[in-house]
Design a binder for this molecule. Structure first.
Ligand code: SF4
Length: 185
């Protein structure tokens, strides 16, 4: 018998690839999903065990090994991927995860609440890592902990926010802070 099986998410297309800001030995990339998966976010929040979910921006952030993955609407952003082959593997895996969650929606209890499962080390790699203490903390790692706990805003890291030296890091970090629902100012 022939079944006309229609997938929820048909494909994910690579749109941009460049050296990773957090780790120069790796790559980062952006990709576009063939449809908006906003309705699936609370379900993905339930099935991706280490997901950080921000209902405000309806964004999921999670790590897979060293890779840092952010999903929102039709967009996918990944940092610390190994290479192009790895990028395609990640895109295939995400497509499979989204479609599997969609097919099993009836069996999954969606989680709508904000969840933060990211670690201070996830944040640390995007900081200047100079331990200059200008944020009032003894080290960049200590600042990352406070940022994660929403006890300090991203703007408290003065070197990151002033001048052009860390402009790329600031852009990535701002997206990350927004994805996690942390305090930027
Ligand atoms: S101000 Fe920024 S660079 Fe300096 S210690 Fe704090 S987090 Fe690190």
């Amino acid at each position: 018998m022939f079944y006309n099986h229609i997938m929820f998410l048909e494909n994910i297309s690579l749109i941009l690839m460049s050296p990773c800001i957090a780790d120069e030995a790796k790559i980062r990339f952006k990709a576009e999903l063939s449809r908006d998966i906003a309705e699936m976010m609370p379900y993905l929040n339930a099935v991706i065990r280490n997901a950080t979910y921000n209902p405000g921006s309806n964004t999921i952030f999670y790590t897979q090994g060293v890779r840092m993955i952010t999903l929102r609407g039709k967009s996918l952003a990944v940092s610390k991927a190994s290479d192009l082959t790895d990028a395609h593997k990640i895109m295939d895996f995400i497509k499979e995860t989204v479609n599997h969650a969609y097919e099993n929606k009836d069996k999954i209890t969606p989680i709508y609440e904000r969840r933060v499962r990211a670690t201070a080390l996830d944040i640390f790699s995007y900081l200047p890592r100079t331990n200059c203490k200008k944020c009032g903390e003894p080290t960049c790692l200590a600042f990352a902990v406070k940022l994660l706990l929403s006890e300090l805003p991203l703007s408290a890291c003065l070197p990151l926010n002033n001048g052009t030296e860390y402009a790329d890091k600031l852009k990535e970090m701002t997206e990350l802070v927004d994805a996690m629902g942390l305090v930027s100012r």
